[in-house]
Design a protein around this ligand. Structure first.
Ligand code: 5GP
Length: 117
């Protein structure tokens, strides 16, 4: 049975628009539609096989490493590297994950509290 495309897969397939700030063969980054900080970008691998961090394993090491190199590059390009930023991946219901496609929130441009809510 075919599973329904997530909103992120539809963005990858260009079926719905997004403010894309980076794209290559393996991953994509676009601005969150509901930004929680002056800079709020979602960085996602293009594969639909990784629904959350729970699906990451030794076979994805290169891909996830690449995604983090992109995050580091974007943090610099978007001007938050120097003052600091946060990278968040909500995994599962307790963490309030809403889209079942692995994604990393890159948020910056303001100070954050700790612990998170
Ligand atoms: P989660 O809650 O799963 O960690 O994060 C999902 C994020 O996707 C949320 O921050 C939400 O604002 C964002 N989002 C949901 N739908 C869309 C959309 O259609 N376009 C964009 N750019 N972001 C979206």
């Amino acid at each position: 049975m075919a599973t329904e495309k997530t909103i992120f897969k539809r963005i990858i397939d260009k079926e719905i628009p997004a403010d894309v700030v980076y794209e290559d063969d393996l991953c994509m980054a676009f601005r969150d539609v509901s930004p929680q900080a002056p800079v709020h970008v979602l960085v996602i691998p293009k594969t639909t096989e990784l629904r959350s961090l729970n699906d990451v394993n030794e076979n994805n090491v290169e891909l996830i490493g690449h995604v983090f190199c992109v995050i580091r590059k974007l943090a610099k390009e978007l001007g938050v590297a120097e003052d600091g930023y946060r990278v968040v991946s909500n995994c599962g219901a307790n963490a309030c994950q809403t889209v079942p496609h692995l994604h990393f929130h890159l948020i910056g441009g303001r100070g954050f509290a700790w612990p998170p809510g």
